[in-house]
Write a protein that binds this ligand. Structure first.
Ligand code: NAD
Length: 361
């Protein structure tokens, strides 16, 4: 029998939930790693080849990311075993069914990830009342539009490049996975004078040591087309993105793309982990041995969760204001009195958990 406790250590996972609804073909796993800092926030990934192990490892990365960013959240992640390119109406049914299945897992707050987007979070919110990364029309910040994660990644690169004496002016950049994170990272780096010399998506790799036409590639992707549709640059296979010489290599696609077998092929000075868990521990050690600096995922790519926390500010203030005004209506007291009694009640609630200073009365 498979050992379901094989991931267990002193941090978690708190729960690994297996979801199976054969009538609509839903197969998913939710990993809630640790909730000591608050409800677990983590993306919903949809891909045919996800695994329980991937869900757990990504949930652990989220535990670390939220803690490092000082957010009042734990780490979680869910994976849905399905092709994200299915017709939109089928996807909506599947995501709504998934939402129903996690309705009672109140310590898990879903967010967008590979294969899901803001619209999908809107469906989940509609079903169960909680999700982050919502469409702007229902109060979300368009994280992928403003490029919060790519922006943060470039901030991390900017700090790191000082340490290794690398100027961003003319620095050669390669991006594996020219999606939301990869495109924005390339855009913000170009604003600082760096040059994109290689990029990949599922169609393959495109490379040119003299610099790719970033604006044209962004326009192409905005039309929903593939990098290989671009008329210029060298067209190579998907794996060849590892071999393109550069100063900054950005994994922004899938986990485990660099391991002990292919790490020797990387020719770069800095690896900035846009994706979560893209490098094995062995690969990171090998790069360190060669003097290549690797910026860990949960520090460098936390821009999205930091930005998403603003949504929880919005939610908290709204919920509090509503509670205060309801009390005003119910009891005929002033908003100040209602607010003060709400605050005192919460302080007392917290004090009840303390051994030495319980609340009065
Ligand atoms: P996305 O779906 O927008 O983009 C992913 C891109 O990678 C697509 O262009 C896809 O074609 C490409 N791709 C997929 N498999 C590939 C492969 N094997 N080789 C090359 N390209 C491949 O996703 P995203 O939101 O940009 O996220 C990318 C990664 O960054 C994921 O690992 C995600 O967990 C991580 N991440 C995202 C955010 C965020 O705010 N979006 C935040 C932190 C971490």
């Amino acid at each position: 029998m498979e050992d379901v406790f094989r991931f267990a250590d002193d941090l978690g996972p708190l729960k690994l939930v297996h979801i199976h609804r054969s009538s609509i073909g839903l197969k998913a796993v939710v990993a809630i790693d640790n909730v000591a800092r608050g409800p677990a926030i983590g993306g919903v990934r949809m891909a045919p080849d996800v695994s329980t192990e991937e869900a757990f490892r990504l949930a652990r990365a989220m535990t670390f990311k939220n803690a490092a960013a000082g957010l009042p959240h734990g780490g979680g992640k869910s994976v849905i075993f399905a092709d994200p390119k299915m017709p939109l109406s089928d996807k909506e049914r599947l995501i709504r069914a998934f939402a129903g299945a996690i309705a009672d897992l109140k310590e898990y707050i879903p967010g967008p990830d590979m294969g899901t987007d803001e619209l999908a979070m809107g469906w989940i919110k509609d079903e169960i009342g909680r999700a982050v990364g919502l469409p702007p029309e229902i109060g979300g910040i368009p994280l992928d539009e403003i490029g919060a994660t790519g922006f943060g990644l470039v901030a991390a690169i900017d700090v790191a490049r000082e340490q290794i004496g690398l100027s961003l002016t003319g620095a050669r950049v390669v991006v594996q996975g020219f999606g939301s994170v990869g495109q924005h990272a390339a855009r913000f780096l170009a604003e600082k004078g760096a040059v994109l010399v290689g990029a990949s998506d599922t169609s393959g790799t495109i490379a040119d040591q003299d610099g790719l036409d970033l604006a044209a590639l962004l326009a192409l992707k905005a039309e929903g087309r593939a990098l290989h549709d671009h008329p210029r640059g060298h067209k190579l296979g998907m794996e060849a993105v590892i071999d393109v010489p550069c100063d900054i290599w950005i994994p922004a696609a899938r986990p485990d793309v660099i391991d002990g077998d292919n790490v020797a092929r990387l020719q770069t000075r800095l690896v900035a982990e846009g994706a979560n868990i893209p490098l094995s521990a062995e690969a990171e050690t090998s790069l360190a041995g060669r003097g290549v600096l690797v910026l860990p995922d949960f520090i460098a790519n936390a821009g999205g969760v930091i930005c998403a926390a603003v949504v929880s500010i919005d939610e908290k203030i709204r919920a509090n204001t509503k509670a205060v005004l309801d009390e005003v209506r119910r009891k005929g007291v002033s908003p100040r009195t209602a607010a003060t009694s709400l605050a005192i009640k919460r302080v007392h609630q917290a004090m009840r958990t303390r051994r030495w200073d319980p609340p009065p009365g």
